[in-house]
Design a protein around this ligand. Structure first.
Ligand code: SAJ
Length: 426
């Protein structure tokens, strides 16, 4: 089939490239002319393992072309952002805009697949909008007789840093507006997915995506709450979790400086927004994970204040290990808050960038490499578990005052804990 992927971001571009590699002609569509130009030159505008070589190859073979305009195709994959607004209400404007762009070129036999993380009912809303714009076509679930077009919701579940591998190998939920729609979408995913594709209805698939990320958020919140309690009790939370996880039915996740990225900290709100009365647990977990950021700031602040004159290295800005993605990064928030309070004493180590983000412009805060940090800083605050940091042996950290929010150095002798003020859950 000819495939059109609308939205060439972290999901759309890798998907377009993998589908092209499977031998389909793919047109990628994006609103940004710069993104389109970059891709048409065989280059990429995002960082992802092995993506540059793949895009370069499929563009060179003429299998992937990018454009700002939607043209006719057999399968349309919509992978645009679904942010939330200040009330945590999902903003579906990009999805509906994509629907408006596809509607004029839709023809009988086509399949429209929504991949963007969306609240339950969005695929039907997209269908309703397109049905209104194309009264000449029969749409699934609306017309009594055989529909002309198919609609399905098929969420991605790939992990940044492993996107290409997971796009091909993860199992997928394929939710059709009708069973027939699901079968049409299934035939498309079979072209490039080696994992098992399970068909269901669109609403269940929409909820499944939200549930997966809310599940993880709630479980990380449990670990983060334990870490705050352990701090108060003077216990090493990592030791407690290691021991508890020896129970055959216990598997506690890792505490950290909070939850970042644009999925796990966002998607649970879509469930809360749809059922505010019935989601105290999910809402509280969000609050716990956000509070953890402020707990880390308060504890680091107290530690820095307790050692006047000592130079401080904040290790990491990314939202998680081994990537250069700073979106909703708790590490970035912690570092910039500490830098505002103790500017001349703070340096930052982030091996995944060449320059500090804009918020440091005009401040004395420097980006230094890890060797310089080990030579010149007495206090190390670990905010990201990059492999580079994890691999530093104890001999190089001996005598340092360390606040390790990720538990990457279990052999580091504990320093006298600085007491941080108690914070109320947000
Ligand atoms: N984190 C912890 N402790 C843990 C695990 C994670 O503090 O034990 C933190 C990370 O440091 C990071 C945040 O949580 O700040 C999220 O990281 P992540 O690696 O758990 O997940 P993401 O946001 O990179 O990707 C998630 C994945 N969802 C699940 O694992 C359920 C991915 O499969 C989804 O495709 C992605 O969201 C998405 O796009 O929705």
């Amino acid at each position: 089939p000819e495939v059109c992927v609308v939205g060439l971001g972290y999901i759309g571009l890798p998907t377009a490239a993998i589908v092209a590699r499977a031998g389909c002609r793919v047109r990628g569509v994006d609103v940004s002319p710069q993104v389109v130009d970059t891709i048409n030159q065989g280059k990429i505008h995002i960082e992802e393992v092995d993506l540059d070589g793949l895009v370069h190859g499929v563009v060179a073979r003429g299998l992937l072309t990018a454009s700002t305009a939607v043209e006719p195709a057999d399968v349309f994959v919509i992978a645009v952002p679904t942010p939330f607004d200040h009330d945590h209400a999902p903003d579906l404007s990009y999805v509906l805009e994509a629907g408006r762009a596809v509607a004029p070129v839709l023809k009988a036999g086509d399949t429209v697949i929504l991949e963007s993380t969306s609240p339950v009912g969005t695929t039907e809303q997209l269908r309703d909008l397109m049905a209104e714009l194309r009264p000449d076509l029969k749409f699934p679930g609306l017309a009594a007789d055989t529909p002309d077009v198919s609609f399905a919701y098929c969420p991605e579940r790939v992990l940044p840093g492993r996107i290409l591998e997971e796009l091909a190998n993860n199992d997928r939920s394929i939710g059709g507006i009708t069973p027939r729609c699901a079968r049409k979408a299934l035939a498309f995913y079979k072209l490039f997915v080696r994992g098992t594709c399970v068909t269901t209805d669109a609403r269940s698939a929409e909820m499944t995506k939200l549930v997966e990320n809310a599940y993880r958020d709630v479980n990380i919140a449990f670990a983060n709450e334990l870490s705050i309690v352990a701090d108060r009790m003077g216990l090493d939370v990592w030791e407690v979790i290691r021991l508890a996880n020896r129970h055959p039915r216990v598997n506690i996740l890792s505490p950290g400086p909070g939850v970042g990225g644009h999925c796990i900290a966002v998607d649970p709100w879509f469930i809360v927004h749809s059922a505010p009365e019935d989601t105290p647990l999910i809402r509280t977990a969000r609050g716990v994970n956000d509070t953890k950021i402020h707990h880390v700031i308060a504890k680091a602040d107290a530690l820095i204040a307790a050692h006047p004159g000592a130079r401080v290295a904040c290790l990491g800005l990314a939202f998680k290990a081994n990537i250069d993605d700073f979106r909703e990064s708790p590490a970035r928030l912690v570092a910039s808050t500490l830098a505002r309070r103790h500017a001349e004493r703070i340096a930052i180590v982030e091996p995944f960038v060449d320059a500090l983000p804009l918020e440091y412009k005009g401040t004395p805060v420097e980006l230094i490499d890890i060797d310089t940090a080990l030579e010149t800083c007495e206090i190390l605050i670990v905010l990201v578990d990059h492999d580079l940091f994890r691999s530093i042996p104890l001999s190089e950290r001996a005598g340092k005052i360390v606040y390790d929010t990720r538990g990457i150095w279990p052999d580091q002798p504990a320093v006298q804990a600085a007491t941080a003020p108690r914070l109320k859950a947000v």
